[in-house]
Design a protein around this ligand. Structure first.
Ligand code: C2E
Ligand code: MG
Ligand code: MG
Ligand code: MG
Length: 292
């Protein structure tokens, strides 16, 4: 290799580039086929109020039911689509599927809001609002206030005035917004100032280490005070142990999502989970202390 001239090196590099371009093209083709043949599926993870036990919502998380590979998590295919028109189509599929699910649950007497994850890129894409409105109108029986949109903060909301405008138009329908993974990536406090958000989600990385790392605990306390100051509700994600839940409750964060409460599950399993769910007794005891 060391003997290769500069020119040949470039040649090798170009070939690799071509391979990469071709590979991505093939991957996109395969993903488009997956969308057309209904290989994607939404799993639902409960969000609960740890103090009252109320199930306040369900987050829709996409999976790919690959015929050979089995269940493929979003981190393995969403990045391939990022920036490609296909991700817009997939985003619309997610919104439509969530609305269908809300409608179906309501027909069973289950009234639980569903949140969908939308990248900032999609939110800021040229006719997001028009498309969104069109999809909402396909479901005249569903109250749009049962739909929530989680915006992934890391994907860059640079154009704040535009984001704010889109959010406000959707809010006129009653749709709620959450800022996802707060505290990671391009966190900016001006998001909180400029955007009409209902929820802030504390990223799971802070929750995971909060019992061992005082800095993570300090960040969580900071996010909770911020959410109070901005009159937003705070949700902790990645609550994996009862102890996490207990401390979060003590700090004033009542809403939580995580494996110790319920994993993301197919919609029928979610209904089974609903039938069995009880808040941990130590959490409710804690709430008695707080209320006294
Ligand atoms: P996210 O929106 O922050 O979702 C939370 C992730 O944490 C989910 O991973 C969930 O399964 C996982 N999780 C939940 N509870 C726990 C816990 O207690 N411990 C741990 N370690 N993890 C927990 P998932 O489903 O693999 O999704 C990863 C990311 O992919 C999501 O992060 C979201 O940013 C993105 N994503 C998922 N579905 C969609 C979608 O439909 N559209 C878009 N644009 N992005 C999506
Ligand atoms: Mg999310
Ligand atoms: Mg999150
Ligand atoms: Mg996250």
């Amino acid at each position: 290799e060391a003997k290769l001239s500069g020119k040949n090196r470039y040649h090798i590099f170009d070939t690799k580039e071509d391979d990469l371009v071709r590979e991505r093209f093939e991957q996109i083709q395969r993903l488009r086929e997956a969308l057309n043949t209904d290989e994607f599926v939404l799993y639902y993870q409960p969000k609960v109020n740890m103090r009252t036990g109320e199930v306040v919502g369900a987050e829709a998380l996409i999976r790919w039911e690959h015929p050979e590979k089995g269940l493929v998590p979003p981190n393995e295919f969403l990045p391939i689509m990022e920036g490609h028109a296909l991700s817009i189509s997939l985003g619309e599929w997610v919104i439509r599927s969530a609305l269908k699910q809300i409608e179906h649950w309501q027909s069973l007497g289950i009234h639980i809001p569903i949140s969908v994850n939308i990248s900032a890129l999609q939110l800021l894409s040229s006719n997001f609002f028009e498309q969104f409105e069109k999809i909402l109108l396909e479901f005249p029986n569903v109250k749009p206030s049962f739909l929530e949109i989680e915006i992934l903060e890391t994907s860059g909301l640079e154009d704040l005035p535009k984001a704010s405008k889109v959010i406000n138009r959707c809010r006129e329908f009653g749709v709620h917004f959450a800022l996802d993974d707060f505290g990671t990536g391009y966190s900016s406090l001006s998001y909180l100032k400029k955007l009409a958000l209902t929820y802030i989600k504390i990223d799971q990385s802070f929750v995971r280490d909060m019992l061992d790392d005082p800095n993570d605990l300090a960040i969580i306390e900071g996010v909770i005070s911020l959410s109070d100051a901005f009159r937003m509700q705070v949700i902790a994600e990645g609550v994996e142990t009862l102890e996490h839940g207990r401390i979060l409750l003590q700090l004033g964060c009542e809403l939580a999502q995580g494996y110790v409460i319920g994993r993301p599950m197919p919609s029928d399993k979610f209904i089974d989970w609903l039938g069995e769910w009880k808040p941990d007794s130590s959490w409710t005891k804690q709430s008695l202390l707080n209320d006294a």
